[in-house]
Design a protein. Structure first.
Length: 614
């Protein structure tokens, strides 16, 4: 097979409400002449198509609303598009809310601007919270869905009939996500079987059931589900076999072929990396006959397109768009802490002359799957740190709980601390690092573990926090949502209102433990989340700690704008390069003030190489 030819531009980038770039598979026409796909352009999302030879590109739908999903039916003669209200109706609703005032209730996120504070389909939009966590949607997204049919021969369009809507919905995957649990139901191509993937905490399971008839059902055998975390499932074309994607503790991927009725399991292929690319781990790979096509990446190599032979279990690369990118100089590590927890991680050895006591090291703790640029959220450039003489280590999260039912976040924080302590001591004894010069940073759960290590140990010499932390302010800002969020605090952190569980808050909250945090802390936060950390920042300042905060406008949980990414990278590099030259020794306050002023000076925009002349 020759290298793929580019068929069409995908339009404007679209990020979800978390800040992750959205991806989806294009849809082939039944005769394989066309590829259909959604495209954001000029403030609208429509269905486009490109001919297989790349010579023709054309817009298929021209609706007054954004197309959310679509299917090709009637042997390629009809397209059914699912959409919400017209964009003009949404614009009016946003303007009306702006002019008339907004009721403060459970749909309001105090961290987000009330008017056009988010992004939907690539354009500024007013968002509101829904559900029991931080899912967001537009003002009118809760209204009934609408369906339009387009005749692909005559190009006529009309409201879809009931039968057409039923046909549209029959083949769709049903997905439900909550904060710690998710389910995915997918129907076989003949419509006879439904496979349901359930994920809860660190546990996963699959159940295959007959939709009609005798209602047979089969549970995932230990030969598959007992080997790791099931991250995706996909029906094979013959409809009797399910392809199962399993991730191990080191974030490698194994593919299994499962024939439930025959009770047969075949291990197809195992890799050290992931067969999903770097964006959405739940996405499976399209197949054609006996072959399946995936985006593969591992901790050394950037994403490439590979072909998996389902009959022979062989895998080969067929297109490498990133071939000019050098493979990362990194190695895989595994170790065990004193409590018997097994850890895995990716280690980037430092370059340059080795100091007498070993290199300083930066640690990121959460998820090290795929091509490692900067960890979850992509904020800490591991390889660049290593090139500049600071070793870097990405550690995969290990949970104290095997199910989501008995989850306690602080137990996982403590497991993280013991695992980090163990590997720091091991690398120090091997003469590779100086354990007095350890830095740490992270986003989301990684930020929470960083704060825990900073306040529960003397391990760190500097830290960087990239997102909101669990603080009393976090609790109160979300209490307009009443029982839903309150229940989440109880379920995951064993917390209630600060006056109800004061002892537990003292254990969890970094702001209530600033007497234990003596290291310099850099906060690089999105506009949507910085308010959660203001008490912590203020208390550190009052204690004369070196705390510095940068806020990035119009950013969600994960920062998406390229210039912001560059600024975050360069500030983290400057921060750790500076502070990890010192050994964490106690110094006179005047000396610490001088160092802090010097460090802050390095973070100014006019001192950052990539921003100074732009």
């Amino acid at each position: 097979m020759h290298a793929p030819d580019p068929l069409s531009g995908g339009g404007d980038a679209v990020f979800n409400d978390v800040g992750v770039l959205t991806t989806e598979h294009p849809v082939w026409s039944p005769d394989s002449r066309w590829i259909y796909f959604r495209k954001a352009r000029d403030g609208a999302v429509q269905v486009w198509r490109a001919s297989r030879d790349g010579r023709t590109q054309e817009q298929v739908t021209n609706l007054a609303a954004d197309v959310d999903r679509f299917r090709i039916l009637n042997n390629g003669a009809m397209l059914i598009a699912e959409h919400g209200p017209d964009r003009s109706a949404t614009n009016r609703a946003e303007r009306d809310a702006y002019l008339s005032g907004v009721l403060f209730d459970g749909s309001i996120d105090p961290g987000q601007a009330l008017f056009l504070g988010g992004s939907i389909n690539g354009r500024p939009a007013t968002q509101r919270l829904h559900g029991d966590w931080f899912d967001r949607w537009g003002l009118l997204d809760g209204e009934a869905r609408q369906f339009t049919s387009i005749n692909l021969v005559t190009h006529a369009s009309a409201a879809a009939t009931g039968d057409e809507i039923d046909a549209f919905q029959a083949g769709l995957e049903a997905t439900k996500f909550e904060e710690l649990t998710s389910t995915l139901a997918t129907k076989s191509t003949d419509g006879k079987w439904i496979a349901t993937l359930s994920q809860s905490g660190a546990a996963s399971s699959i159940r295959v059931a007959e939709e009609h008839g005798h209602r047979q059902s089969f549970s995932c055998p230990p030969a598959i589900c007992g080997t790791g975390y099931v991250s995706a499932i996909s029906w094979r074309r013959d409809t009797t076999s399910l392809i199962v994607f399993v991730s191990d503790k080191s974030k490698g991927t194994t593919l299994f072929l499962w024939r439930p009725q025959a009770r047969r399991v075949k291990r197809l292929v195992a890799t050290e990396g992931r067969l999903f690319g770097d964006l959405q781990a739940g996405s499976s790979c399209p197949s054609a006959g006996e072959r399946m096509y995936c985006v593969f990446s591992d901790f050394r190599s950037p994403p490439s397109l590979v072909e998996v032979d389902l009959r022979r279990g062989a895998i080969r690369e067929i297109f490498s768009p990133n071939s000019a990118v050098q493979a990362l100089q990194a190695t895989r590590l595994s170790w065990r802490d004193a409590d018997g927890h097994d850890f895995s991680g990716i280690y980037f050895p430092a370059s340059g002359s080795k100091p007498a006591n070993g290199y300083p090291i930066f640690i990121n703790y959460y998820n090290c799957a795929g091509y490692l640029k900067g960890g979850v959220g992509n904020e800490y450039p591991f390889s660049v740190l290593a090139e500049r003489g600071v070793a870097a280590l990405c550690i995969n999260k290990v949970s104290a709980s095997t199910t989501g039912q008995d989850y306690d976040a602080t137990s996982d924080y403590q497991v993280g601390l013991t695992g980090i302590s163990a590997i720091v001591e091991q690398l120090f004894r091997q003469g590779k690092i100086d354990k007095r010069k350890v830095g740490m940073g992270g986003l989301s759960f990684g930020a929470e573990v960083t704060a825990w290590v900073a306040m529960k140990s003397r391990l760190l010499g500097a830290a960087s926090i990239s997102s909101g932390l669990i603080e009393p302010e976090y609790f109160w800002l979300n209490m307009a949502r009443n029982n839903a969020m309150r229940a989440n605090f109880t379920k995951w952190w064993r917390l209630d209102a600060p006056d109800v569980t004061p002892g537990r808050w003292k254990e969890v909250s970094p702001a209530l433990n600033t007497e234990s945090i003596s290291i310099p802390v850099l906060f690089q936060l999105s506009e949507q989340e910085y308010r959660y950390n203001l008490e912590l920042f203020g208390r550190l300042v009052l204690r004369d700690r070196c705390a510095t905060m940068y806020i990035y406008p119009d950013e969600a949980h994960i920062k998406a704008q390229p210039r912001h990414k560059l600024a975050v990278y360069e500030r983290n590099l400057a921060w750790f390069e500076y502070w990890l030259r010192f050994g964490g020794e106690e110094v006179d306050p005047s000396v610490q003030h001088e160092r802090c002023d010097a460090a802050r000076g390095l973070l100014r925009a006019d001192r950052l190489p990539g921003l100074a002349h732009n």
